[in-house]
Ligand binder design. Sequence first.
Ligand code: FAD
Ligand code: NAD
Length: 399
Amino acid sequence: MATPRIVILGAGYGGLMAATTLMRTLEDGEADVWLINKHDYHYMTTHLHEPAAGTAADEKVRVPLRDVLDFDRVHFRQGTVKRFDPAGRIVELEGGETIPFDYLVVALGSEPETFGIEGLREHAFAIRSLNSVRVIREHIEYMFSLYRARGEDPAYTTIVVGGAGFTGIEFVTELAERLPRLARAYDVPEEAVRLVNVEAAPTILPGFDPSLVAYAEAKLREKGIEVHTNTPIKACTPEGVVLQGDREIRAKTVVWTGGVRGNRIVEASGLEVIRGRVKVDPYLRAPGYDHVFVVGDSAVVFGEDGRPYPPTAQIAVQEGRAAALNLAAILRGTPMQPFKPNIQGTLASLGRWEGIGIVGKRRFYGLIASLLKRGSDLRYLWQLGGMPIVLKKIRYFFA
Ligand code: FAD
Ligand code: NAD
């Protein structure tokens, strides 16, 4: 009998954890494991706001795949998935190459949800990948450089961030620490610099613990960030944003952090989705396709309270590992295990040495929260590639 082929799409949190788990779990000859990803590196999406703001090097978030995978045990193919056919068991890459599979793990992550808001796709940036955040960082610098050259128009040094969920808050607090340095470097008076965070809901971080929200609000004020709550963005133009009530904020830089939906490729490939995410069965398989597992932001799992778990790296990692162990169980004819997430808490940064978080039932503020977040990042790196990768990266986490 031919060796079964497992193909994993995406080397983010879910896909890479599935690949490393299969690499360590399967014996030689049990399966051929393939991993397909756009880049030959993994990026830590959870830190993308830092290179976006220009406060951390790209190297902090980039993990070369060869540092965590044995390419003799996992065949890596760099390429962009165009579509996959779950029934015909074929993946098609941009350029036309097709790769057949017996089992598939879909881990293609998410994309920005723009809710059909006019002009957002065309005129706003998104924190999505290492390549996308480099553009944000360079664009902000370029706009600062134009301030003097273009008649000292403050639109060049105004930055609007749409959405005050965790991504928006982590980005604005990080950027607030860099802007004074940027202003000095480009000869821009500090009073010409505006950093504006616009949120549709009545508070920032809607639904999060009220005392931690209050702490974050105070930090945003301290850092000079203008916060507009109860203020949905209605449109985005080359000149800035239009708010509900037709008020405008002129800004040459708009970054949209207003939410995410599953990767459109998943929907286009015929799987049933809710906001682009597949409602998987208890073993993380797509309905109707017992040989197709879906993990991370491409999947949605409902808790006992009937509410979906939010799309987080924490869950993606656990799902990636669980899907890999269930695949090993299928190959060995042993029972699969239903997926049970272990939610340890939430930790978010508010700049370099500040943060907020809940772990178990305990709330954490300031430096302690920031250190706990660094610890959890290093733990993730340890899970991926052990001590060598931790030693390679640790200096970036305490720079
Ligand atoms: P991803 O990690 O996004 O990986 C998807 C992979 O698929 C990528 O490698 C991508 O290149 C690849 N890919 C996509 N399309 C294709 C294609 N067509 N062909 C080939 N490859 C493709 N969550 C937390 O739990 N804690 C945090 O602190 C946290 N912080 C965050 C901070 C920011 C700024 C952001 C944006 C998100 C944060 N999140 C956090 C959420 C978390 O990053 C996501 O939930 C997590 O990345 C999802 O993992 P994933 O494997 O589904 O997708
Ligand atoms: P989100 O959906 O959590 O937040 C988006 C925010 O944008 C919401 O507050 C929403 O009210 C607001 N919004 C939507 N439409 C708007 C409009 N028209 N005008 C103004 N505001 C608008 O999205 P996110 O922050 O990108 O987070 C995505 C996922 O990643 C979440 O599950 C989040 O928990 C996770 N994440 C976690 C961390 C962390 O744990 N540190 C950090 C970043 C992201």
